[in-house]
Design a protein around this ligand. Structure first.
Ligand code: HEM
Length: 432
């Protein structure tokens, strides 16, 4: 990965960590980042992706340590091993982080199903297309849907309108610049985009098997692809840390997951100290300090621990006091800490420093992508008919799929998709 402003030059290039997977927003979380990976995930028939019973993700081929007793059961011994060693993967999909939390696994499942749904629709319209043709066309549509959701739903929810405009992140700004490197920069992956870690409430809500939900449908009753069922308002709430590395929760015991229910209940002491990890990872990667990034972003210089002139003008007084107690010098403030504690800009989830890093990165992902879905190019861009289809698919398929096969609460699924998890899943940063 490259850094926006790295000055440490080694053999003509700044020394940076390597990104294991593609930086482009190309749905590589579903398809993998190499042809070899994507081949492992394909059925090689009608453009479809592999699934397991119940249209779930395919289990790993080397999962032979236990007996699968019925279609909905997953290898419990493997789950036990997974809990103890935290390394075994239960399922295969384009990104190995699928096992991080069941809520993330559910999004992977949704997009695998979504792929197969679109491939079947394309096959019915074009029966003469080969498996390869169907696969690639479907993949292009799924990639476009990921780009569309990221830029038209997610970014407007977290970034201020000025930043969206200044960095060409709005739908009316579409062009390609081959000088813009779309690689993921270190400061984005290691600090700014980890702001999402502060958006994770302490609990996940589960629906019990016996409970069913009612979905309202945007069409006349005759055209609805499913029958409305009984409304459920009750959820069992579990601590979010009990869901870590437990993707099997999507497959077992529960009939639904309400993504990150907000409750005030206290959390267990053995939870993952993610902010500590994030701060340490920034130091580990040699990320410049918060004050250096303010300069890089053209923001006012910070020289003193106060919130006035030449101070921490984007922090409130109490936060400045806490920072003073924590750091000996303003120059020492970690980018993650300084950025996370800034007051959010109006209409935004982020302060000016993180907004600057985020907006610049998303600009690179968009303007530097030769295959950007809205690119006005007859070879790589979508025709206006296809652009319409992407909007159409997004609208109809969420209703069609009803969350993950009756397991996810539809409305909460929407919420979570657009609010935070989606982008974690699609952005494809995985540093080694
Ligand atoms: C329950 C939810 C989540 C958990 C348990 C989780 C956990 C983690 C862990 C353990 C890491 C690796 C930390 C390290 O070793 O440096 C990580 C990295 C990261 N997370 Fe999360 N995360 C969650 C949600 C999110 C969300 C919602 C976002 C953003 C919107 C996000 C963005 C990132 C980014 C950008 C990285 C760095 C990836 C890399 O450089 O390889 N995470 N996360």
């Amino acid at each position: 990965m490259d850094n926006f402003n790295s000055k440490c030059i080694f053999f003509g290039k700044p020394r940076e960590q390597i990104n294991e997977i593609t930086s482009y927003i190309d749905a590589s979380n579903i398809y993998g980042s190499t042809v070899k990976e994507s081949d492992k995930l394909r059925l090689f028939k009608d453009g479809l992706l592999l699934t397991s019973p119940g249209r779930m993700l395919p289990p790993r081929a080397d999962q032979t340590t236990c007996t699968i007793t019925d279609q909905r059961d997953f290898c419990l011994l493997a789950v036990f091993v997974l809990k103890v060693f935290r390394t075994v993967l239960l399922h295969i999909v384009g990104d190995r982080r699928v096992q991080e939390v069941p809520t993330l696994a559910s999004l992977h499942i949704t997009f695998v199903r979504y792929h197969n749904h679109i491939a079947r629709r394309l096959k019915s319209i074009n029966p003469h297309w080969t498996d390869e043709h169907l696969f690639q066309e479907t993949r292009k549509i799924i990639g476009a849907i990921n780009q569309k959701i990221t830029y038209e739903e997610y970014l407007p929810a977290i970034l201020n309108k000025d930043y969206l405009r200044r960095y060409c992140l709005q739908p009316d700004c579409q062009f390609y610049d081959d000088r813009l490197d779309p690689a993921t920069v270190n400061s984005f992956a290691v600090t700014a985009f980890r702001f999402g870690h502060s958006q994770i409430p302490g609990h996940t809500g589960l629906c019990k098997e016996s409970q069913k939900r009612q979905y309202s449908c945007p069409y006349a009753a005759k055209r609805c692809p499913f029958k409305p069922v009984i409304q459920v308002n009750e959820y069992e709430s579990v601590l979010v840390e009990s869901t870590f590395k437990n993707p099997y929760m999507v497959f077992k015991d529960v009939d639904g997951i309400q993504l990150f229910q907000v409750t005030n209940a206290s959390t267990k002491s053995d939870s993952l100290d993610l902010p500590a990890l994030d701060i340490q990872r920034g130091r580990d990667h040699g990320i410049p300090s918060y004050t250096k990034f303010r300069e890089f972003c053209g923001l006012t210089k910070v020289l003193y621990f106060h919130s006035g002139f030449k101070g921490l003008v984007d922090h409130d007084h109490n936060t400045v006091e806490l920072l003073r107690k924590t750091y000996r010098d303003v120059e020492d403030i970690d980018l993650f800490v300084g950025g996370m504690t800034e007051r959010p800009l109006p209409g935004s989830e982020l302060g000016p420093t993180f907004s600057c890093i985020m907006a610049r990165q998303f600009e690179r992902y968009k303007i530097g992508d030769r295959f950007w879905w809205r690119r006005r190019d007859p070879v790589v861009g979508f025709t206006s008919g296809m652009v319409f289809s992407v909007y159409y698919y997004i609208f109809t398929t969420f209703w069609y799929h009803r969350g993950v096969h009756n397991r996810l609460n539809g409305s909460v699924f929407f919420h979570s998709l657009f609010s935070f998890f989606m982008v974690y899943a699609v952005l494809n940063i995985n540093v080694q």
